[in-house]
Ligand binder design. Structure first.
Ligand SMILES: [Zn+2]
Length: 280
């Protein structure tokens, strides 16, 4: 039959039908393997480059701690190949134009006001996922000694050459400069890690007690996500592997040695929250 022939062709090409999904990974936060299916979506509805990653994404919620994660995360090399293909297909490869850069600098300024209000112990700052460098540049302009880490080569080159920033090319945990840092920032980064607790622990090791952690991530219990439900395009972002709500993020931070200080809505990413936390 035609259908069988098509299936044989797919299998012959190395494709694994999602109906043969292996066992899901245990929860990275509490270790429980029991989880409840939450949502299934198709990444190819969101990004046209989907050939190098399983476009069908199954989200589950841990029965024990409530953390929401993909049940079968892509490997590091799979994600790397996907991002490389995305950049090759004309993804987000252009630096921000002047109005967009200005907007990002002003938003960064507001965040830096809050960071400075907590009197960071040192001006040495690490930003993971520094992208085109707006936040790092504004921090440097306000007197922080910033090192950025960014995976996209074009963004690294532009933020180094145009903004004069110190940026390491790569991604954590492979590329993670030695501390100590007075401030560590990661904007829309932590949801890309299937084991976010391991990342936070690695950062905590580079931060003395009192150092500040600043991050943003989508919050499932944010009013924007409650309003949009599963229509929210974030469910189809291939690189997103884990989603928090207020309780699960607080627990994950606490387990890694951080206490939350402040939480407020991100003015830049719909439904994301900004969080400031202190290394205990
Ligand atoms: Zn769990």
């Amino acid at each position: 039959m035609a259908t069988d022939a098509r299936l044989a062709e797919l299998r012959g090409g190395g494709g694994a039908p999602y109906t043969r999904r292996p066992e899901r990974v245990p929860c990275s936060h509490c270790g429980a393997s029991s989880a409840t299916p939450l949502h299934v979506d198709n990444c190819s509805r969101h990004q046209r480059c989907f050939g190098l990653i399983d476009p069908v994404k199954v989200w589950v919620q841990c029965d024990q701690c409530g953390l929401v994660r993909v049940d079968r995360p892509p490997s590091g090399p799979q994600l790397g190949a996907y991002y490389a293909a995305l950049r090759g297909e004309g993804g987000d490869v252009a630096p921000p134009d002047a109005p967009k850069l200005f907007n990002h600098l002003v938003i960064a300024d507001g965040i830096l006001d809050r960071i400075d209000a907590h009197a960071p112990r040192s001006r040495r700052m690490l930003e993971l996922g520094s992208a085109w460098g707006a936040f790092a540049a504004q921090a440097a302009w306000r007197g922080f000694d910033v090192v950025g880490v960014e995976a996209a080569p074009a963004a690294v080159a532009w933020s180094r050459g145009t903004l004069g920033l110190q940026v390491l090319e790569g991604s954590a945990p492979e590329v993670l400069p030695d501390g100590p840092f007075g401030v560590v920032a990661l904007w829309e980064v932590i949801e890309h890690f299937i084991r976010p607790g391991d990342l936070l622990t690695a950062l905590a090791e580079r931060m003395p007690p009192g150092a500040l952690l600043a991050l943003s991530t989508p919050f499932l219990d944010h009013p924007m996500h409650r309003a949009r439900g599963f229509d929210d395009p974030m469910w189809r972002v291939p690189g997103h592997l884990v989603y928090f709500d207020r309780a699960t993020l607080k627990a994950c931070l606490l387990a890694a040695g951080f206490e939350e200080l402040e939480r407020w809505s991100s003015p830049r990413h719909l439904g994301s929250g900004n969080v400031l936390a202190r290394r205990v």
